[in-house]
Design a protein around this ligand. Structure first.
Ligand code: SAH
Ligand code: DHB
Ligand code: MG
Length: 224
């Protein structure tokens, strides 16, 4: 009954506040047809990401974990005409579908999809003109979240926003002795948020049509 209610309320919110959008609907459809897993953020979460990027006036965005580009499209829609988003994806098939979806959304001029393991593509960003990034969204393999947080800090400036998806994982985040590498990655990530003096962070639990999970959000409060 709980999940049904969460799904119903998500539908209520989405019908009211996140009207159907042909470009985003097509992106999900194309991802689904291509056999991509349904791990995209939900529509109301996607809109939250866009709103955060707008509030933050982000001009440069880094995303780790593209999938079919659904969250990418939401984030890129917050960019000004001279903004830029780089999104990192290890799976070439995911990257290909994402590029098609991003092109259909008329955002190809603002978005770069880079293929490779993020641990390999992140160091290449060090010397680039879009570094530091105003907003960084971490949403790839959760076991690597501690490394991704270290890179996010390196690639940020005072005032950058770091957002991470899936930090609650159906509540399993509190299982101290979990043998799930994703849980341990998220736990370590949350501990790093707590101990890092250069950020001010919190996390919130979320429920909805994707179940029970959460976002973490960190503001970089001092320069590296
Ligand atoms: N942000 C997307 C969902 C991402 S799902 C959205 O909300 O729409 C996680 C993605 O991370 C998958 O496409 C997966 O292939 C990718 N991924 C997993 N491990 C990775 C790695 N080591 N480096 C880069 N991408 C990775
Ligand atoms: C999974 C990954 C995600 O990023 C997500 O939002 C939901 C599920 C997964 O790997 O199961
Ligand atoms: Mg996610």
């Amino acid at each position: 009954m709980t999940q049904n209610l969460w799904t119903e309320v998500d539908r209520y919110i989405t019908d009211l506040l996140v009207p159907a959008d042909p470009v985003l609907d097509e992106a999900l459809q194309a991802s689904n047809t291509a056999g991509l897993p349904p791990h995209n953020v939900s529509p109301n979460q996607g809109k939250l990401l866009m709103l955060l990027a707008l509030i933050h006036k982000a001009r440069t965005i880094l995303e780790i974990g593209t999938l079919g580009g659904y969250s990418t499209i939401w984030l890129a829609r917050a960019l000004p005409a001279d903004g830029h988003l780089i999104t990192l994806e290890s799976n070439p098939k995911h990257a290909e579908i994402a590029r098609e979806n991003i092109a259909r959304a008329n955002l190809a001029h603002l978005v770069e999809v880079r293929v490779g393991q993020a641990v390999d593509t992140l160091p290449q960003l060090d010397n680039e003109k879009y570094n530091p990034f105003d907003l960084i969204f971490i949403d790839a393999d959760k076991s690597s979240n501690p490394e991704y947080f270290a890179w996010a800090l390196k690639l940020s400036h005072q005032g950058s926003l770091i957002i991470a998806d899936n930090v609650v994982r159906n509540g399993s985040v509190i299982e101290v002795n979990s043998d799930d590498p994703s849980v341990q990655g998220v736990r370590r990530f949350n501990e790093l948020l707590a101990s890092e003096p250069r950020v001010s962070a919190t996390a919130i639990q979320t429920v909805g049509n994707k179940g029970y999970d959460g976002f973490a959000i960190a503001l970089v409060t001092s320069d590296n």
